[in-house]
Design a protein around this ligand. Structure first.
Ligand code: GTP
Ligand code: MG
Length: 138
């Protein structure tokens, strides 16, 4: 079974939406095999989003990710990476399909409630940044 890395972002934890988002995840057939609520350090956020370093919104993105608690998760299932991206919906909630997490809950393209890995290589790196092997229980 494939694994993907997920973050429930500060705009969602602030509105007490962790359970509602987890319900959508589980209804889609994905299993939450690791989960913890943390406050990301600025250094962690900068490392996590290093690929976007040159983008004009990088500073805003890092500020947002450290602005409140996040819930980091590992999700497991058949085709988990693609499936979770489908469940999340488009980056900009204005373009997200009905029933997706971002359509249901996201506030804007920046405050878009969730993150999900985009490929097996990034999933492995992202999971390793936040979880030790023995914290993941499949
Ligand atoms: P992630 O799952 O979070 O990686 O989202 P994504 O893969 O759908 O989008 P992408 O990797 O292109 O961008 C990463 C994150 O940067 C997005 O989820 C947004 O939070 C943020 N982001 C992207 N575009 C903008 C923008 O125009 N303005 C702001 N403020 N943030 C943006
Ligand atoms: Mg991305």
């Amino acid at each position: 079974l494939e694994r993907t890395f997920s973050i429930i972002k500060p705009d969602a934890t602030e509105r007490n939406l962790t359970g509602a988002i987890n319900a959508v995840i589980e209804k889609a057939g994905l299993r939450i095999v690791a989960q913890k609520r943390i406050r990301m350090t600025r250094e962690q956020a900068e490392t996590f989003y290093a690929v976007h370093r040159e983008r004009p919104f990088f500073g805003e993105l890092v500020d947002f990710m450290v602005s409140g608690p996040v819930v980091v998760q590992v999700l497991e299932g058949e085709g988990a990476i693609a499936k979770y991206r489908e469940v999340m919906g488009a980056t900009n909630p204005a373009n997200a399909a009905e029933g997706t997490i971002r359509k249901l809950f996201a506030k804007s393209v920046g405050e878009n409630s969730v993150h999900g890995s985009d490929a097996p290589e990034t999933a492995a790196v992202e999971i390793a940044q936040f979880f030790a092997g023995n914290e993941i229980v499949g």
